[in-house]
Ligand binder design. Sequence first.
Ligand code: PPS
Length: 273
Amino acid sequence: MPMGFPVEGFTSALKYQAQPSDIFLVTYPKCGTTWTQYILLLMQHKGKPLSPSEKLETYIPHLEEVGKESIEKLPQPRVIKTHLPYNLTPYHPQAKYIYVARNPFDCAVSFYHHTRGFIKHYNFADGSFNDFFECFIRGEVDFGDYFDHLIPWYEHKDDENVLFFTYESMKVNLKIIIIKIANFLGGDYLNCIENEQILNKIIDNSSLKNMKINQQRWSSKRPENMPSFIRKGEIGDWKNYFSDEQQQRLKEKFMMRSAGTRLENIWLDKGIF
Ligand code: PPS
């Protein structure tokens, strides 16, 4: 767990009783959580953006940060963010689970900047990427090993109540992803894709350019000399950080952990690494 998250939040989160109407947004950190979280909110609000003084987490809170009591106060149906792994995520067969995955290379770089930037939580402001890489590849980072998170969820990607997609697919064609989300959630969410104007507003307000504005809506303030929370938002930034040896080591771990699954195809055949 990130330092700064109360332990009680975590222990009480594990006891949250999932409701049939719940929608869980599940991710490993730095894999597209905030982007998808905001898209869900925009879908609920017919594309209307959050005002600068509002916080995204008020509407879609982070389960293991706030604990179960705060979640239970929300009206139903609830949308709940979590980074918990599959076996710890509260489950109900009728609840819906949206899982967003991102390639581990870009995830590691994004996580490095996250860990540097939240100085009081991590005390890692002077840490190098090489230092962080060693933690990441050993799984000694917030929420544990990347592969321990991704693989069990990937194995459930075809479950009726799971929608699995990648950050990279959002970058390539966000409209298709929004349509998939609307069809998966049904009900009022379908209004967003039946009305072209609303759909365009959702796409526009969740663009990288617009999400870089008023970032206090999704993040606490970072020091001026650190990259902002919404940083580069690109595919392939890892190439600016990884040595050949680091690339090889993470690729080997990926191959080893994804052996016997079709996971490798979601990024390998797209030439991402
Ligand atoms: S967290 O802390 O786990 O909630 O972080 P998370 O939101 O999962 O991931 C942050 C990365 O997502 C990028 N991001 C975006 N990319 C493209 N378009 C939009 N609109 C967008 N919003 C967030 C953000 O920049 C982080 O990635 P990096 O690579 O660090 O830029």
